[in-house]
Structure formats: structure tokens, C-alpha cells
Design a protein around this ligand. Structure first.
Ligand SMILES: NC(=O)c1ccc[n+]([C@@H]2O[C@H](COP(=O)([O-])OP(=O)(O)OC[C@H]3O[C@@H](n4cnc5c(N)ncnc54)[C@H](O)[C@@H]3O)[C@@H](O)[C@H]2O)c1
Length: 300
């Protein structure tokens, strides 16, 4: 299928929107970013520039506009706050800014596409396009449709994703948490249980994942890992282990208590792993981004 991605509008100026815009601009797509407040324009432009520089080592033109954007766009993707009303208004507006066959996409993590599509005039051209933080570096995007999304819209969005060097996974139906977040939260449920039962500490869980599961999963997925390990072994372990795994349905006590103490994670200087002073956060971020960049190089 031929792919045209002439002009893309990214709506929002936060962590995800700046990463999405950087990825598009780095792929030489004409990218316009729409922010709400005038004060947000310069920092948004700087942040996108920093991320583009990290990706391609040079500057790419990105236009940041305030309040209104000059259409038409081939695609408009919103990445504003995870709030149904805010997104509903932004998406309805986005529909007026795209070309007649232009796609309107949402980067929602948890809202149902069916609900978000309700106020739209062209739901067949509306889709979910779920990125992962840091958006410019993590290859995966999940492509999802609501009940009235046309299959062609999903195919076009998946093609566009590949054209900018992303790895699209298209879901067969709208499903809360999509694929990757459900997998992540299934792992986190067990991680909290291990810590709460005193089996290991939070830092041990992180080390086990980074040095073990994560290292392997960067190369091959969990099903391929089981095919490689041998399904006889896999079945024997599954029979023994599945009944022992956490089936908790409550938010873990460790998370609730950490939150009750006022901790918000790295953005507030303290989280599940204890204190995160600014220098340590900077070092953590650059180490994470360096590893992700190496992986991207290895995949190219
Ligand atoms: N952070 C993640 O890891 C992650 C991953 C995947 C998807 N998402 C989704 O991406 C979206 C944005 O998340 P984020 O982490 O970038 O948040 P963020 O808080 O960094 O940014 C949100 C941005 O939206 C803007 N905004 C809020 N309401 C608006 C409105 N009505 N009109 C225009 N702009 C508005 C804010 O000014 C801010 O710049 C959310 O839907 C979130 O669920 C986040």
C-alpha cells in the first residue's frame, strides 16, 4: 500500500507529544505541534529539538503553534491529558483540521475508543495509536480501532508507523490496556507480591528484569522464549507455578503506602525505589536512553 504522510499534527506539549513529534520530524515528516498556552511553545520546541538531536544528531524543522493550527493534515494525533472530556473536545477539533480522508488518532492509554469516537463525525477514520515512553525511542506502537473504525484506517496507520521506523502491533479489537500494558501490569502484580511477601526487594525485582527477562525480551518475545526452552519443560513449570502466582485484584499495599507518604516517583524526587535526586534522575534517563538507542541501532 502506498503511504503518504505529508503533514502531521501532534496535539499536546507533554512528555509523549514531544517524543511523538520528535520521531516524526526525525523521519523528515512535516510536523506541526499544537499547544494550549503561549508559555509552553518555546519549551516544547526546545524539548522536541533535544530529542530530535539525540535521534539523528542534527536539527529538523518543527513548527509549534499556540491555540490553532493551519490544516489540512494527513494525520492528527492527540496526546493531551488522560481525561475523556479533554480528549473528546480535542479530537472533535482535530477532525476539522485533517483532510477529508485524514486520520484522527489518540494516544490514550486507558480510555475506550468506542467512547472517544462518540462525538466524532467520521469515526471510520478514528483510531488508537498508542506509543511508549520515551516515544521517540521505544519501537512499539499499538494500533487499535473502535467499533466503527474502517480496517483501511488501521492499515494506513500501521503503514505510516513502519514508514517512521516504528513497529506496529494492530489489535483485533478494542481492549482496555491493549496488549503491552496488560502484560506490564500482570508482571507488576507479581512483582508487588514478591516484595510484599518478603521474597526480595524492589531493586532486586528491577535487576532480575533488566538482567534477565528484559535482556532476553529485547531479542525474542515470551512465546519464542518458550518455544526455545521446550514446551514440555514449559508445561511442567506452568502446571506447578500458575496456581502459585498472585491473583490480587486490589492496588498493592506497597503502592498505596508509598503514595500516601506523598511520593510521586522521579518527577517528585521519591518513589518505590526511595529517593531520586535530580542528578540521579538525569543519569538514569541518559543511561536508559543510551541503551534504547543501542537497541534501535541493533534492530536497524
Ligand atoms: N506517560 C506515558 O508513559 C504514556 C504512555 C503512553 C500513552 N500515554 C498517554 O499520552 C497522553 C499524554 O500523556 P503525557 O505523559 O505526555 O502527559 P503530560 O502530563 O506530560 O502532558 C499532557 C499535556 O497535555 C496538555 N493538555 C492537557 N489538557 C489539554 C487540552 N484540553 N488541550 C490541549 N492540551 C492539553 C498539557 O498542557 C500537557 O502539555 C495521555 O493520554 C497518556 O495516557 C502516556
Amino acid at each position: 500500500m502506498s503511504v503518504t504522510l505529508d503533514r502531521v499534527l501532534v496535539i499536546g506539549g507533554g512528555a509523549m507529544a514531544t517524543g511523538i513529534a520528535a520521531r516524526l520530524a526525525a523521519a523528515d515528516i512535516e510536523t506541526v505541534v499544537l499547544v494550549r498556552r503561549r508559555e509552553a511553545a518555546a519549551p516544547t520546541r526546545d524539548e522536541i529539538g533535544r530529542r530530535v538531536g539525540q535521534l539523528v544528531g542534527s536539527v529538523r524543522p518543527v513548527t509549534v503553534v499556540v491555540g490553532d493550527a493551519p490544516g489540512p493534515f494527513a494525520l492528527a494525533v492527540e496526546s493531551v491529558a488522560e481525561d475523556a472530556d479533554a480528549k473528546g473536545a480535542v479530537l472533535a477539533r482535530a477532525e476539522t483540521l485533517v483532510a477529508e480522508d485524514g486520520i484522527v488518532a489518540t494516544n490514550t492509554s486507558s480510555l475506550r475508543l468506542a467512547d472517544l469516537a462518540e462525538g466524532l463525525k467520521r469515526p471510520e477514520l478514528f483510531a488508537g495509536w498508542h506509543w511508549f515512553n520515551p516515544a521517540e525511542l521505544v519501537p512499539l506502537v499499538e494500533v487499535t480501532g473502535g467499533p466503527r473504525t474502517a480496517p483501511d484506517t488501521l492499515e494506513r496507520l500501521a503503514s505510516l508507523s513502519r514508514a517512521i521506523g516504528k513497529e506496529p502491533v494492530t489489535l483485533r479489537r478494542d481492549h482496555p490496556g491493549f496488549v503491552a500494558n496488560r502484560l506490564q501490569y500482570a508482571l507488576l502484580r507479581e512483582a508487588y507480591a514478591l516484595v510484599e511477601e518478603g521474597v526480595c526487594g524492589v531493586a532486586d525485582v528491577d535487576r532480575a528484569v533488566v538482567a534477565g527477562l528484559g535482556a532476553r525480551w529485547a531479542a525474542i518475545g515470551p512465546f519464542a522464549s518458550m518455544d526455545a526452552a521446550g514446551l514440555d519443560v514449559h508445561q511442567a513449570v506452568a502446571e506447578r507455578l500458575f496456581p502459585l502466582l498472585s491473583r490480587a485484584t486490589e492496588v498493592p499495599a506497597l503502592l498505596r503506602e508509598t503514595r500516601r507518604s506523598g511520593a510521586t516517583g522521579m518527577k517528585g524526587g521519591r518513589g518505590l525505589l526511595g529517593d531520586h535526586p535530580p542528578d540521579a534522575v538525569r543519569e538514569f534517563t541518559s543511561r536508559r536512553d543510551a541503551v534504547l538507542a543501542l537497541l534501535a541501532e541493533a534492530r536497524a
